[in-house]
Design a protein around this ligand. Sequence first.
Ligand code: PRX
Length: 632
Amino acid sequence: MSESSRLSGEVFYPDPVAAAAAHVPDHEALRAAAAADPLGFWAARAAELEWYKPWDKVLDDSNAPFFKWFTGASTNIVHNCIDRHLSGPYRNKLALIWVGENGTDHQTFSYFSLNREVTKMANVLKAMGVGKGDRVTIYLPRIPEVVFAMLACAKLGAIHSVIFAGFSADALQDRIGDSESKLVITADGSWVNGSVFKLKDIVDEALRFSPTVENVIVVRRTGHEVAMDPLRDHWYHDLTALPIAKGPCATEPMDAEDTLFILYTSGSTGKPKAILHTHGGYMVGTYTTLKYTFDIRDEDRWWCTADPGWITGHSYLVYGPLLTGATTFMFEGGPTYPYPNRWWQLIEYYGINIFYTAPTAIRSLMRFGEAWPNRHDLSSLRLLGSVGEPINPEAWQWFHRVIGKGQCPIMDTWWQTETGMFQICPTPSLPLKPGSGGKPFFGQEAEILDEAGQPVADGEEGFLVLKNPWPAMLRTLYRDDERYVKTYWSKYPGKYLAGDSARRDKDGYFWIIGRTDDVIKVSGHRLGTAEVESALVSHPAVAEAAAIGLPHEVKGNAIHAFVVLRLGHEPSPALAEELRKHVSIHLSPIAKPDWIDFTEKLPKTRSGKIMRRVLKARALGQDEGDTTTLDE
Ligand code: PRX
């Protein structure tokens, strides 16, 4: 995408009637008010939710960057997602609508019946010895049980660690080991484009070296034969038939700062980071951002296409929508199976009002042409949303014109696993510029800095930082405070380093350019170059490897790997294919390199660090920049 088209200056103004009726009728006025008193803004939002005991202090910054929010307060996010709705008008409202990949499986849960299911699962977990502070790994497809499992853990005060069900046994094993989970919740398999993906086999392999796991709960989804270890593995439907599953289960009162979940994400090293989020602040942050940005109303049906294995699924498929009392829609399958109208068909049939997805999905669907969406009545849509990577103007325009019929503003939300909630995003009363997420959320300020920490001029590229703490911020990296401080707070003390480069224009709109570290966004998924490289060097033919991201029309970025072979191995197309498969099996299909280049030598600094920047410049035919440190 060309820079000129990203900065074309086109502005879409809000419809004045719709904007006036929104939760935030005047974006700039609220921004100014929240800027004058960010803590007052957050305290007022927190007061819209229920607490067992109120807070003494909104923000405790006495030990920055280990910020604490709503200190002294007691709550549980499940109390606000479910319990409080049971005695109010939402009791019989649909909380969750779920549709299976085959299109015929379909389940709905009111807040009342969601509570029944979550209570059942919590009772089962409790009977298996899961309690406050214990870690539980969830490795499930997009089926209702993934929602029940997350909420059941939270209800008991246990810490969930959801692993995207596309990760390999090696990746799963690392994450189970790092979190020392005592229980794993999985399924026999998942449906992927009509075929069975054998999840349980992957769990079995991962658990060969996982001494902490005592029990595995297996949900039956695909019905194929799986091996069950009689001492360790239990069918979920057998457990729920037992008396232990019956009866009520109290929601555990939690300190606002108690851990709600950890979620692994990629960073600059091979070891994924476990981002830690807490009950109180995360609850206030996800509730407020979803309500304001997507203007959630009682009658809305909200669809976030993300998988619960990622932060977007945590914050805006599960927690945020339930906190606002919305109806959240979850679809097991992908956008193009069996045909590329699948999503549009679902929007029409279920009357979805707000649709939140990723640019990569829009770009892939655009390629099938307008006839597919045009077969469907999409007039229920009121708002659209985008997340995960920069959206190019062509995709923005198509989404706006073909899906939104020119009537639906697009909320482009910039945020991260670490931020837990939107950080730079519009609301329906802010004029939109295609390709920009607009301005920092209420109570937040962002800046673009140069290497030395000085703000750059408007329009110049630099490092994006966030200036104010926010309630849903990560509290630390699980058991690694040092890496937390080093990664986010050491480059510019007192400011949160996002790891993205960006520009701010003269109107104060932010334009994200891309990652500045060794993280690659492939189809919106976050991968570390080091993870791909270590998967490659685990192959017996590979001596050394370097991975970089190169621009890709649909995926945003695709992985290009450079490989040095061990003596006795010869480059060949067959070996390249084998290595691509190797990464797919040992890390994840989403990490499969598009290209493998065999090379004799990798460019390195004299201290032996691979210069990926030089590889990238060479691959793109660009100037290699400063190569004085290159050890040729
Ligand atoms: O580079 C930014 C990009 O995704 C990164 C965060 O990835 P992850 O933790 O996986 O969370 C993704 C979903 C919140 C960011 O550092 N990113 C996310 N949203 C946008 C974006 N880039 C541009 N525009 C966005 N709206």
